[in-house]
Ligand binder design. Structure first.
Ligand code: AGP
Length: 597
């Protein structure tokens, strides 16, 4: 997810664009840039790092003009350096673009354009758009942009401008983009937060709509050239709300973003039941897999063990990175060491990867932050594309990790020449929608949270692939509500933890309807008979009478069930923290990325 803001009008353009980028920084912050059109030439300034780095540039003060486009990046293709920062230009440096989204067919388009003589500077997918527009340009920037976008597979929120043309062309497919309507000035922005200071009148572009914008006016068409009348809305929110899209906290926004984040993890990776992962890794020779990770990422690694041992029958070990790095681990030829990390900067995980490499293991990274240290240290990698995860407690990255592991497992089978389970592919495609359905119960979960918020401790229990989900639920609760919680395999409860049970003690069961349900029923009865409060997260509709509270999740394949089962636990923890007056985005003692030992 990136932030775009563009302006055409009489205000001083550079401070306006920079201030807008800073408001949009939560959308992405690994590099930033702007381009000003003074009629004679396009002046571009870009920097890697936060917007404050761009702001330090001495060249900014000389930039004058009344049309400009600006961008703060969340890298999806190409490491976050100055060259890959937006805006991107065509060969003649007469067309500039800023882009938010993923161009799935950029490699093919780039080859075609190179054959036509275009030369590329960056490693990004986005730069292709600038050269495509150049290739189609015959005097009308809107026409050229429409023709170019017809060649594009993937998503875009796009702003385009051309030297000595006093206009901005904006287009949207899959990534949000709005037109801000001012008084003798116009804006294009990723969301209203960036322009709220200037205007509350906005037009929400819909997919495959293209806007041609001058200082005085705008004209909106679809990609077939048909004119479209769009409603001008009046924004009611304040800026703080908009950064969080109306959610009270980033963590809640990111929990609710999971269906979209899962769609982004899948984007372009399953085509006609083929798994498409561009890995420079021969998976056919893998004899053992060792996952290394920390915290929530270690929980997704545990789920990975269940998935890979079930589908691929390859032995899997899971290690805390902090333990692996110091125990002189036995790593053999044909071992694949997989590092899982949202930030890609966790010191223990980075050190563990280096330990694995020193023992000549092949390494794979499953990482969210593009261009992060771990993503550059491993031999090959799978990016989550979950978008920036601002909340300290990891939510959408966790579910993205589990999905990425499943894609990798299916890829291993495909590379062996084995048929992939069609019904599993079907279920994967339904996953975002099923995740969305869970939010219908968010009010019910909030009521359960209100009822439980004064509890002194919790027990989370799960069997099989749901045991790591129980661990994750306990960690979420601990780290944002400061209530002690433990996760256990359900059957382990009898070997000690049951001593904790007293009247009203909350026990959260995570249960799939499967051959173990009956076993879990006896565990539930053992707790119930001692006065424990039974809360069940399940897809089994026959457990109502044994529970004090039950939260249903849609039925899905076992391998996908942790992704659905964890969502109610994320919400429960969030609501308990919020009801206790704790800011879940900034829990005490914690950092988003633990870059120290
Ligand atoms: C999860 O909610 C925590 N914030 C923490 O356990 C986190 O998962 C851990 O520090 C690992 O971070 P990483 O995924 O960025 O490597």
């Amino acid at each position: 997810m990136c932030g775009i803001i563009s302006y055409i009008g009489d205000k001083e353009i550079v401070p306006l664009l920079i201030k807008g980028l800073k408001i949009l920084e939560y959308r992405g912050y690994d590099s930033a840039g702007l381009c000003i059109n003074n009629g004679q030439e396009l002046k571009v300034i870009k920097r890697s790092g936060r917007i404050s780095e761009l702001e330090k540039s001495d060249d900014l003060e000389n930039l004058k003009g009344d049309v400009g486009i600006a961008h703060t990046r969340w890298a999806t293709h190409g490491v976050p350096n100055e060259i890959n920062a937006h805006p991107h230009l065509d060969c003649k440096k007469e067309i500039a673009i800023v882009h938010n989204g993923i161009i799935e067919n950029y490699v093919g388009l780039r080859e075609i354009l190179k054959k036509k003589g275009h030369s590329f500077i960056s490693n990004t997918d986005s730069e292709v758009i600038a050269h495509l527009i150049e290739d189609f340009y015959q005097g009308d920037l809107t026409e050229a942009t429409i023709n170019a976008l017809r060649c594009v597979d993937g998503t875009f929120g796009l702003a385009v401008m051309k030297k000595n043309e006093n206009k901005i062309v904006a287009a949207r497919r899959g990534s949000p983009l709005i037109v801000g309507v001012g008084d003798n000035e116009m804006f294009v922005c990723s969301d209203a937060a960036g322009i709220l200071e200037h205007t509350k009148k906005v037009i929400y572009l819909d997919d495959n709509e293209v806007a041609t914008i001058t200082k005085e006016d705008y004209n909106i068409r679809d990609v077939y050239g048909n004119g479209i009348d769009k409603k001008v809305h009046e924004i009611k929110w304040d800026i703080g709300q908009i950064e969080k899209k109306g959610f009270k906290h980033f963590m809640l926004k990111e929990i609710f973003e999971q269906p979209e984040a899962l769609e982004n993890t899948l984007r372009g990776r399953i085509k006609d039941e083929n798994i498409k992962l561009s890995l420079n890794l021969d998976t056919r020779s893998i004899k053992r897999i060792i996952f290394i990770a920390c915290g929530t990422s270690w929980h997704s690694a545990l789920i990975g063990k269940y998935i890979i041992e079930k589908i691929n029958r390859i032995p899997v070990e899971v290690d805390y990175a902090s333990e692996f790095r110091y125990r002189n681990p036995i790593v053999q030829e044909y071992d694949l060491v997989i590092a899982i990390s949202q930030s890609g900067e966790t010191a223990d995980t980075l050190a563990a990867i280096n330990e694995a490499k020193s023992k000549k293991a092949k390494t794979l990274g499953i990482v969210n932050v593009v261009g992060s240290t771990i993503s550059r240290e491993v031999d090959s990698g799978i990016y989550l594309h979950s978008g920036p995860e601002i909340g300290v407690a990891s939510t959408k990255a966790f579910t993205g990790q589990v999905l990425a592991i499943l894609l990798f497992s299916l890829y291993i089978e495909q590379e062996k020449g084995n048929k992939i389970d069609h019904s599993l592919i079907e279920e994967i495609s339904r996953l975002p929608e099923k995740a969305r359905m869970i939010f219908n119960d968010s009010e019910k979960i909030r009521k359960i949270a209100d009822d439980l918020k004064e509890s002194k401790a919790f027990l989370f229990l799960g069997r099989g692939i749901n045991f790591p989900v129980a661990l994750e639920g306990a960690l979420k609760l601990k780290e944002i509500s400061y209530i002690h919680a433990e996760g256990y395999p359900t059957a382990e409860m009898k070997h000690g933890p049951i001593a904790l049970i007293e009247n009203g003690f909350p026990v959260i069961f995570v249960l799939n309807k499967d051959n173990l349900t009956k076993k879990c029923l006896s565990n539930i009865e053992e707790i119930k008979s001692r006065g424990g409060k039974i809360i069940i997260v399940t897809n089994d509709r026959e457990l109502e009478e044994v529970s004090d509270e039950i939260i249903y999740v849609p039925f899905t394949k076992e391998e996908l069930s942790p992704i659905l089962n964890v969502i109610p636990l994320q919400l429960l923890s969030y609501y308990i923290a919020d009801l206790k007056g704790i800011d879940p985005d900034k829990p005490r003692n914690l950092a988003k990325s633990v870059t120290v030992e």
